[in-house]
Design a protein around this ligand. Sequence first.
Ligand code: HMG
Ligand code: MG
Length: 315
Amino acid sequence: MSSLVAAPKAVSVYEVGPRDGLQNELRTLATPDKARLIDALVASGLTRIEVTSFVSPRWIPQLADAEKVLALVKRREGVTFSALVPNLKGLERAHAAGLQEAAVFLSVTESHSKKNINKSVAEAVAAAREVASAAHAHGMRVRGYLSTVWGCPYEGLTPVPRVLEVVRQLADLGLSQLSLGDTIGVGTPGHTAQLITEVSRLVPLEQIALHLHDTRGTALANALVGLSMGITTFDSSIGGLGGCPYAPGAAGNLATEDLVYMLQGMGVQTGIDLDRLVGAGELAQELIGRKLSGKYLQAALGEREKQASRARAGA
Ligand code: HMG
Ligand code: MG
């Protein structure tokens, strides 16, 4: 273990590629291909995967097949599938599809909230409360997302007191986890440390997750800050897929392989097999039809290619 930072012994990696990644792709994957990708992610050892969204198909056509995806993916003991749910209609769909966890999502800035879900922040808090209460009545767990926590595509950097104001309004929702979203990837380490310090005065550290987009190449640095401060859940996306269709310029999430590579090197347990994860990344790349941005993925695939050509030359 590195003496550089005091890291937890184990962390939980929450994979968002099939949702955050695919919602943002121009090419909509066929339902069986989505199921293959999710199965490959499960095979790599990931135990928490956000598989789709039960949102309006008019707003996110790429995920209009949510029920069909859930009907196709193999369920496995110890693996939790989750999905975004914006309202009661979404919750009933998620429940009928057999999900045990729903993720409510809201922004801390008014303009992103309006563009993303056509609601003010106050209306979004009310909707999240309604969804959480109905989900709990079904015995489902509820994860919460806050977007634009570091900055907003329409309003610039978000003042920390504004974030805390919204976090306070979620206190009585019974969320199992609150994921802080750097939606447009503007976070830097000092800002991240300040946010974690302040938010953890309102929400126990073990319930806070970091959802970092890598638009400016700072996601892994911010994750390391979180790790050193005791955060134990990190959202990430296979190959670095991702973005938000209602946040112009938002790039992919922190790549799962980059995160797992760093954690493994630090001796932090994730239960994930990096080689199999690369296999899932390669599959994602094939299905999407372009090179993905994940750095470890490209390095590992390049290495495999070199080995294969050496083997061909030696044969
Ligand atoms: P609206 O148009 O204001 O809602 O959208 P509405 O209630 O007037 O409904 C419009 C139509 O959608 C109706 O259909 C509804 O039935 C239908 P019509 O009668 O016109 O045929 N509808 C639904 N259909 C299926 N499932 C539903 C549902 N709800 C309504 N659940 C709404 C409001 C919230 C529905 C819409 O704005 C929406 O779905 N938005 C989702 C946007 C989204 O998914 N954005 C990306 C995810 S957030 C993100 O990426 C950030 C995150 O990663 C963290 C970070 O990075 O910061 C989480
Ligand atoms: Mg996101």
